[in-house]
Design a protein around this ligand. Structure first.
Ligand code: ADP
Ligand code: MG
Length: 319
């Protein structure tokens, strides 16, 4: 069986030309670009809680990095570096090789360098810390939203949750919607390019990791505002993916794991933001407006302007 050091050397040590020093010493050394702020975020993924233990290791390698990149996207940061802590039940080399391949596919796609980490035996778990950069003062924060802003969402929230429901046997998705839902679940595509395009357009942003309404709620609370959403303006792919309309609605409004962005921007920029759809190849839906109601409150209106009951709002590990 290879030693811990041989595994690191073989599967996790790669050139990191953007760092002063990468994998191999007690610390990595980083030199941030002058005039920039560092954006730093960590996510811990546990088998059984955040992913099914039998998930394809290449998908896991991709996803553990992608979910962290999504946090950078939501702050409008440029990805730079990451560290990776791994707990593995055994040194299963084919498994580690596939995990490493998925991880570095994602790293290459989004321009991130792995500059350190930790490798230990234990119940399967991963922790990535990611480092990005933003010109000083230009980060998109949750507390920057303004009354009257449009509320936008990227992509098709709900598909990842439907994919998970399919794997758990809660629904049998028709053949045609299986692939998009499972790939949304296993290979989320962090919206880095959108985040960068929003630097000088949006007032606030968040990534949808816990559910559309729950994550929008964080912007509302941080900014002291309420929201009015129009049901008919929500992106509809989740609703079209299954005949189980209750489940589809639950996944659209409250499903986690999509890693789309919710952001707010002045209505004067509506046409300008719409031009990002063709340039980024990403659907953007204007789904509502920020109002000065009770902070955190979300009013969801049906096409006749009547209030709807959203039901389950999102995922909370301690609820
Ligand atoms: P230390 O004992 O100083 O913590 P380690 O023996 O744990 O050092 O790690 C040796 C080197 O390998 C360090 O530079 C560390 O950052 C790096 N490293 C360990 N595990 C990983 C991993 N999974 N991915 C990337 N780098 C790793
Ligand atoms: Mg160590």
């Amino acid at each position: 069986m290879p030693s811990e050091f041989a595994l690191i050397e073989r599967y996790f040590k790669r050139p990191a030309p953007g760092a002063v020093l990468g994998v191999g010493d007690d610390c990595a050394l980083l030199r941030p670009t002058p005039g920039h702020e560092l954006a730093v975020s960590t996510d811990l993924l546990l088998a059984g809680t955040h992913f099914l233990a039998n998930t394809d290791p290449a998908d896991l390698g991709w996803k553990v990095l992608a979910v962290n990149l999504s946090d950078l996207a939501a702050m409008a940061a440029t990805p730079r570096w990451a560290t990776l802590a791994l707990a593995l039940p055994q040194a299963d080399e084919p498994w580690i090789a596939a995990f490493s391949r998925g991880f570095f596919d994602c790293a290459r796609t989004f321009g991130v360098e792995l500059i350190g980490g930790d490798t230990t035996r234990g119940p399967l778990a991963f922790c990535v810390t990611i480092f990005g950069e933003i010109p000083a003062g230009q980060a998109l924060r949750r507390d920057g939203a303004r009354c009257g802003d449009d509320i936008w969402v990227s992509g098709q929230p709900g598909l990842a949750a439907l994919g998970l429901a399919h794997l758990l046997g809660r629904v049998v998705l028709p053949e045609a919607s299986r692939e998009p839902c499972l790939s949304a679940l296993h290979r989320p595509h962090p919206r880095i390019a959108l985040g960068l395009a929003l630097r000088d357009r949006a007032h606030a942003a968040i990534d949808v990791s816990d559910g559309l309404l729950a994550d929008l709620g964080h912007i509302l609370v941080a900014s002291g505002l309420a929201a009015r959403l129009h049901w008919q303006h929500l992106p509809r792919a989740a609703l079209e993916a299954t005949a189980n309309s209750d489940l589809a609605r639950e996944c659209l409004l409250g499903g986690g794991d999509d890693y789309e962005l919710v952001f707010t921007a002045p209505p004067a920029l509506r046409d300008d933001i719409a031009t990002l759809t063709p340039s980024l190849g990403l659907e953007l839906s204007c789904i509502g407006t920020l109002t000065d109601g009770n902070p955190g409150h979300i009013l969801l209106e049906d096409p006749q302007g009547r209030p709807m009951t959203p039901g389950r709002y999102g995922y909370d590990h301690f609820a």
